[in-house]
Design a protein around this ligand. Structure first.
Ligand code: NOJ
Ligand code: CA
Length: 549
């Protein structure tokens, strides 16, 4: 079964690779231990050298930083910690000069409780902004209006003593949910989008995209009959419910159709893109967010690879299920790590992280590459006095903290890894392997993770089969292998991945080919495909066809 819905004229976000920068942790230039916009500007040449196409910036708006920027007090400014609007404009201009696109994090579901809108909303029931947030009366007896839970524990409702009602917060109580059923909220939030698109931003990553529309009747969530939990995260109170009523109400699709129209109007000037953060693993439900006419979110983010055991068959099943769920023309995407998930090198180990990088950069669809994964950064154990993340603080000791995957980028082997001056305390600790695992060392090492990531990015850029070609899984291979073909016109590239540490033999009824790249970076040779040997933890890209003549 080939999935060969190739875009006629691929757009930048279909062809390219998106690199996620967590601004606090990328590069500090004013010696406060926190990354900033000037730091990102200073590293643009690194990103072009690496070979990515777009930068997604986690939030840089003014914020009390309870959730490190996902709690916003002003959607149309920059927090002084990071810089100002003039520096942001410089960043966009400098990125564009280098052919890099900029994607902003857009956080529509909630503001900070310090946002002027919420301060007004909670000031009295008669305030014109009262209905900008989700307020509800208590149940008789005073308990919260329904059983909805906050992601980080406890009820999603907080009692407001002044006005005698509860307000809804899907996350922290300092992050009240906006009421998207109020047309004025929608208009104000669409104005925010216009503000950034007018400044030249190329796309949005929509935070908590599924949450903005809840059941208008605020009905209870039913219990979750499946209490097994997911592969890499502990089971929490939040997982005891099926989240049927506190997010994803069908009305949401109309909002995203309208947002898409707004983006499409701007795309006449230059193509813009929306990525939607949603943790949906029922691929039919997930695919619905593309829109029935592909008229909603360009790419609902696909967290499949983050949620499953790292096994060849499971990964293939996931990819096949995602491909099968897509409407013709819907463009896939894959996430391997981000600022909310354990890093890939920690999840699967350093050897398999190389196989994972090859997978990410050769699957059909747009990859998002998390900063630091290209040098093999791993999660860092955070001493108690350093803990920052509200998710860890709300549910201590459950392994839910996200600080370990947010530690500073390792640029070189000097103290503080070149992230901030040696005398400054960085906001999170530096990994203790920074002397070996860093950009400066790995640039010079022909076999490093960075050399592999860059070689993959270059090969992908120059090979349409790898960026926009069709995907066909190859059946009948050993259980520990995942093998697939990418094809564009006559160009055929076979991807063969060994998920085990033992040698595997793959027998393919194909003519010869040429290994263009191995994760071991020591092999470029013509081979017979009837017996393809893969060493332990090896992945290869093989150009198919008789390349010897
Ligand atoms: C998803 C973001 O990725 C995460 O970091 C944040 O805490 C929540 N949304 C709330 O905004
Ligand atoms: Ca700084």
């Amino acid at each position: 079964m080939a999935h060969d819905v190739q875009p006629q004229q691929p757009l930048w976000w279909q062809q390219g690779v998106i690199y996620q920068v967590y601004p606090r942790s990328f590069k500090d230039t004013n010696a406060d231990g926190i990354g900033d916009l000037t730091g990102i500007i200073a590293k643009l040449d690194y990103l072009t050298w690496l070979g990515v196409d777009a930068i997604w910036l986690s939030p840089i708006y003014p914020s009390p930083m309870i959730d490190f920027g996902y709690d916003i007090t002003d959607y149309t400014d920059i927090d002084p910690l990071f810089g100002d609007l003039a520096t942001f404009d410089t960043l966009v201009a400098q990125a564009h000069q280098r052919g890099l696109k900029i994607i902003m994090d857009y956080v529509p579901n909630h503001t900070s409780d310090q946002h002027p809108w919420f301060i007004q909303s909670r000031s009295s029931r008669a305030n014109p902004r009262r209905d900008w947030y989700v307020w509800a009366d208590p149940k008789p007896g005073g308990s919260p209006p329904n059983n909805w839970l906050a992601s980080w524990g406890g009820s999603a409702w907080e009692w407001d003593i002044t006005t005698g009602q509860y307000y809804l917060h899907s996350y922290h109580k300092a992050m009240p949910d906006l009421n998207w059923r109020n047309p004025a909220v929608k208009e104000a939030m669409f104005d925010v989008v216009r503000f950034w698109l007018d400044r030249g931003v190329d796309g949005l990553r929509i935070d908590s995209a599924q949450r903005i529309m809840k059941d208008p009747q605020l009905r209870d969530n039913p219990p979750n009959p499946d209490l097994r939990g997911t592969t890499y995260k502990s089971f929490t109170d939040y997982d005891t419910q099926l989240h049927l009523n506190d997010k994803g109400h069908p009305d949401i699709h109309e909002v995203y159709r309208e947002l898409r129209q707004l983006l499409d109007a701007y795309s006449i000037l230059s193509p813009r893109v929306a990525l939607g953060e949603m943790h949906i693993y029922d691929w039919k439900v997930w695919a619905r967010y593309y829109g029935l006419q592909l008229d909603e979110i360009h790419m609902p983010l696909n967290f499949g690879l983050v949620s499953i055991p790292w096994k060849a068959r499971t990964v293939q099943q996931l990819v096949d299920a995602v491909e099968a769920a897509l409407l013709p023309g819907a463009w896939p995407n894959y996430v391997l790590s981000n600022h909310d998930e354990p890093r890939i090198a920690t999840r699967v180990g350093p050897e398999q992280a190389r196989v994972a990088m090859l997978l990410l950069l050769t699957l059909r669809g747009t990859p998002t590459l998390y900063y630091g994964d290209e040098i093999g950064m791993h999660d860092v154990e955070i001493p108690p006095e350093y803990i920052q993340d509200p998710s860890e603080k709300s549910q201590p000791g459950k392994g839910l903290g996200r600080d370990p995957e947010r530690t500073p980028m390792q640029w070189d082997g000097t103290p503080n890894a070149g992230f901030c001056p040696p005398t400054v305390k960085p906001w999170l600790p530096i990994a203790d392997d920074y002397k070996q695992t860093n950009v400066a060392i790995e640039r010079e090492d022909r076999h490093s993770m960075l050399t592999l990531a860059r070689a993959l990015l270059q090969l992908r850029r120059t090979t349409p089969a790898l960026s926009v070609g069709s995907y066909t899984p190859i059946e009948g291979v050993p259980d520990d292998c995942f093998v697939y073909m990418r094809q564009f016109g006559k160009q055929r590239h076979l991807i063969a991945l060994n998920f085990s540490s033992n040698e595997q033999q793959v027998h393919l009824p194909k003519p010869g080919g040429r290994v263009l790249l191995s994760t071991h970076l020591d092999r470029e040779e013509s081979i017979e495909l009837n017996t393809l040997r893969l060493r332990g933890d090896e992945g290869c890209i093989i150009e198919v066809g008789d390349t010897r003549t």
